[in-house]
Design a protein around this ligand. Structure first.
Ligand code: T3D
Length: 262
């Protein structure tokens, strides 16, 4: 296991629980945080004993986006292209290409690139204390970290325009209604709810979940014909897996299947 300075990382059974750990800064992002999240994804991809990631934040915030304290030290030649490409875009790509589920448990403020980080997960559970805001236009920036990709797809372009232009602050309930959070729970229980979901995924057919994620990813830009072909190709992979054999056997034996993830 790698060592991390900005993250707390703990494996519980098949679940890797990852906590953004810069609570005094509302877990604001910098290159070190995103590099460490990429390392977590790479480690998870290689370690068959990890079958799900649960990502949350320490303290009152989930993630306040770019650490604004680091902006002051930038010179005129600072390249936002290079910064985003090597830091936050790399993080989003690592999360989306990781073929294992990522649950994001949003415990508090979720802003800017922190919203992009949350949207790069597969399922978002929110505490009643969660608040989501784009933040970008509030400081004169455009959306990044995938926010302008996900929001129109999840909430429609008109509501995305309103949310982004007006830099609206929305609650967990509103995020569910808008379609970009899955469920909201009381603050006292929300992490337990997310952990229970993660433990379900940890005993699910991991190969099937991972390839379902691949299909969902490509569905966002594919034609129906491309998607039908991709489904057939990937069914031909999972259709020869041990978990599929186990699933069918358990069905006929009227018992719970024991999926090993392969
Ligand atoms: O520049 C580039 O690298 C390009 C990439 C950009 C990507 C982006 O993410 S742009 C957007 C950057 N983020 C923001 O603009 C959000 C700024 N923060 C806020 O709007 C609010 O702080 C929150 C809505 C997140 C939380 O509000 P609230 O009222 O609950 O808490 P607070 O009192 O404002 O903040 C609590 C502490 O966190 C505070 O520190 P203090 O005063 O107690 O010592 C605050 O300074 C700190 N904090 C919050 N956000 C950031 C931050 N520190 C550094 N960077 C932050 N982004």
């Amino acid at each position: 296991m790698n060592t991390y300075e900005t993250l707390l990382v703990e494996q519980n059974g098949g679940v890797l629980e990852v906590t953004l750990n810069r609570p005094d800064k509302f877990n604001a992002l910098n290159t070190q945080v995103s590099d460490e999240l990429v390392a977590v994804c790479n480690h998870t991809a290689e370690d068959a004993s990890i079958r799900c990631i649960l990502l949350t934040g320490a303290g009152r915030g989930f993630c306040a986006g770019q650490d604004l304290a680091e902006v002051a030290g930038r010179g005129d030649d600072f390249s936002f292209i290079e910064h985003l490409d090597t830091a936050y875009n790399k993080m989003v790509r690592a999360m989306r290409t990781l073929e294992k589920p990522i649950i994001v448990a949003v415990n508090g403020a979720c802003a800017g690139a922190g919203l992009g980080l949350a949207l790069a997960g597969d399922i978002r559970y929110a505490s009643e204390k969660a608040k989501f805001l784009p933040a970008f236009i509030g400081i004169g920036l455009v959306p990044d970290t995938g926010v302008s990709y996900w929001l129109p797809r999840l909430m429609g372009i008109n509501r995305a325009a309103e949310f982004l232009f007006l830099n609206e602050r929305v609650s967990g309930d509103q995020a569910v209604a808008l379609g970009f959070a899955n469920k909201v729970f009381p603050h006292e229980t929300f992490l337990e709810e997310a952990r229970a979901l993660a433990q379900k995924f940890a005993v699910a057919p991991t190969l099937g979940l991972g390839l379902t994620k691949r299909l969902l990813n490509q569905s966002l830009t594919a034609t129906l014909d491309e998607q039908l072909d991709a489904e057939a190709q990937l069914q031909n992979v999972v259709g020869h897996s041990a978990d599929y054999r186990e699933g069918v056997a358990a069905f006929y034996e009227k018992r719970q299947p024991v999926f090993k993830g392969n």
